[in-house]
Design a protein around this ligand. Structure first.
Ligand code: XMP
Length: 519
């Protein structure tokens, strides 16, 4: 079965929520890709979509230089759904009238459905009831729909909150069906996919595994492949996919840089070598990393030292594997989307040295089996492959590890303190059931000492900061409102059990302007 046979093209006009549209489409088990609005007709035709979605965007179609796709997109005979700016553009291109609104409409609105035949099929609000809650975020609105279009829903503020062409499959919605504040938005998108585009739900992670394993077998043939295993979910999934595909023709290289969390190196070996019987090359390079980090306090310098050393070690190990021709890497879809809105400035504020520099220095062909997947899809693939829940749901962990959570110099003593505190934080997150609800939780060791009392003694010890954040993509993040009892347990245990710490603080900053990590 070709899992890409039925696909949707999303043209991006710069909305913050374009990725969410793609995720909702994937959740409806239909493959889709995001491309910039101006990729050109030749590429659009070649893509062969069964339906096209025009995303929202910050511009106003009435402005000079506003992003515009080819009019032909609307005449391909393929169903098109315009969302917010996409709807306004459709209106503008097809001869309707867009009105510059005096005031921006932002927030929840009630959508009153006038026709429940297609997009709104099966929705409660369709029977003249209370209407559907939807999320609006727009300045302009439709004054007169283009010829041949009728309104299929309205709201207090928008007489044409949704429209369709009476004879062809062209739709527009003023609100955002892709966000959670439109509770039935996923159903609306699903109606578009199944009823208008006729897409069958063939994009499942089970079928992804089958087709990827087959694809890897074809690509690798009888050659050898190496994979940099970090113990994070992405590289773990790659490791198991490779093993399923070519067994011991694949070798995973796991470098212990001495900056891992407690028990991590042992756990990785247990899971991959012992349970999955994967060819695992474990290198304990703790001393070589720590000696290079001696006396270094600058965050960017730490990252560079760790990144470069990793590449040197990995390269030397990979060279010991005769006949290795491929390097497998866990690149995900959000890293490769070539788009208007995703490469915000925050992407480059910190140099992210992971295995990032590897492909450039190594003479190996790159294989990226997860290139098409969002993180939630990778986790599902991990589940299909039988990886443990704990590993699949691990929080992101930076390549430079605990080094960027120890502010100032990294020493074995300070690593030990942070490891113990970090373990306590993670245990409390898991026990309280909060672990899987947040993006990341961790401890940070600060470079200051504060005064305390213990018994009759004055202490002058170190400070641990606890950081827990909620986020969907790490580009922005909010500090998590962790219950006081849970914070209290963390604090008590850290101060009582971790020698050298006499104070714990909770980080209540959001990103931006702060970042998630402290360095
Ligand atoms: P910041 O601190 O930039 O973090 O808000 C965003 C996300 O990226 C992770 N992060 C890193 N990951 N190498 C990595 O592989 C790095 O140098 C690095 N710095 C930050 C961070 O944990 C968060 O998930």
């Amino acid at each position: 079965m070709d899992i890409h046979a039925e696909k949707i093209l999303i043209l991006d006009f710069g909305s913050q929520t374009t990725q969410l549209i793609a995720r909702r489409v994937r959740e409806a088990q239909v493959y889709c890709e995001i491309h910039p609005f101006n990729i050109g007709m030749a590429k659009i035709r070649k893509f062969g979509a069964k339906g096209i979605i025009l995303s929202g965007g910050p511009a106003c179609v009435l402005d000079k230089g506003a992003p515009v796709c080819d009019l032909e997109v609307l005449h391909l005979g393929v169903p098109v759904l315009g969302i917010c700016y996409g709807m306004q553009l459709m209106t503008h291109l097809l001869g309707g009238e867009v009105e510059r609104a005096a005031k921006r409409e932002y927030g929840k609105a009630q959508l009153l459905i006038d026709s429940s035949e297609d997009l709104f099929h099966g929705l409660d609000g369709a029977s003249g009831g209370q209407g559907e809650q939807v999320w609006m975020s727009h300045g302009d609105k439709i004054k007169i729909p283009p010829p041949g279009f009728t309104a299929i829903a309205h709201s207090g503020n928008s007489p044409v909150a949704a429209m369709r062409h009476t004879a062809t499959e062209l739709y527009g919605v003023q609100f955002h069906p892709e966000v959670v504040h439109t509770p039935n938005g996923a159903k609306m998108l699903q109606n578009f996919l199944s009823r208008s585009c006729g897409c069958k739900p063939v994009w499942t992670m089970k079928s992804f595994v089958a087709s990827t394993v087959e694809g890897l077998r074809q690509t690798i043939g009888s050659k050898k492949v190496v994979c940099a295993l970090s113990g994070g979910v992405d590289s773990s999934v790659v490791a198991v996919l490779l093993h399923e595909a070519v067994g011991h023709q694949s070798t995973c290289i796991f470098v212990n840089n001495g900056l891992l969390r407690q028990g991590e190196a042992e756990e990785v070996q247990r899971i991959f070598r012992d349970s999955f019987e994967i060819n695992l090359d474990y290198i304990d390079a703790t001393d070589s990393f720590l000696s290079r980090l001696e006396g270094v306090a600058d965050p960017e310098q730490k990252r560079k030292i760790i990144g470069n050393r990793f590449i040197e070690i990995f390269e030397a190990e990979a060279n010991k594997i005769p006949g290795a021709e491929f390097l497998a890497q866990g690149t995900l879809y959000p890293d490769v989307i070539e788009s208007v809105s995703f490469k915000g400035p925050s992407a480059t504020i910190k140099t992210h040295h992971n295995v990032g520099g590897l492909p450039e220095v190594m003479n190996l062909e790159l294989i990226e089996p997860l290139r098409e997947l969002f993180k939630d899809e990778v986790r599902k693939v991990g589940g299909e492959l039988g990886l443990p829940h704990r590993l699949i749901n691990r929080h992101p962990f930076p390549g430079p590890g605990l080094a960027i959570r120890i502010l100032g110099e990294v020493t074995p003593e300070r690593l030990e303190i942070l490891r113990q505190a970090d373990t306590i934080v993670m245990e409390a997150m898991e026990r309280s059931g909060l672990h899987d609800q947040v993006w990341q939780a961790f401890a940070v060791l600060l470079p200051v000492r504060t005064v305390g009392v213990m018994g009759d003694e004055r202490t002058y010890d170190q400070v641990i900061a606890i950081r827990v954040v909620e986020s969907v993509d790490a580009m922005t993040a909010d500090w998590a409102k962790v219950p006081y009892e849970v914070l209290g347990q963390m604090s008590n245990r850290i101060i009582n059990e971790v020698k050298g710490v006499n104070r714990v603080v909770y980080d209540i900053s959001s990103k931006p302007p702060s970042t998630i990590e402290w360095e």
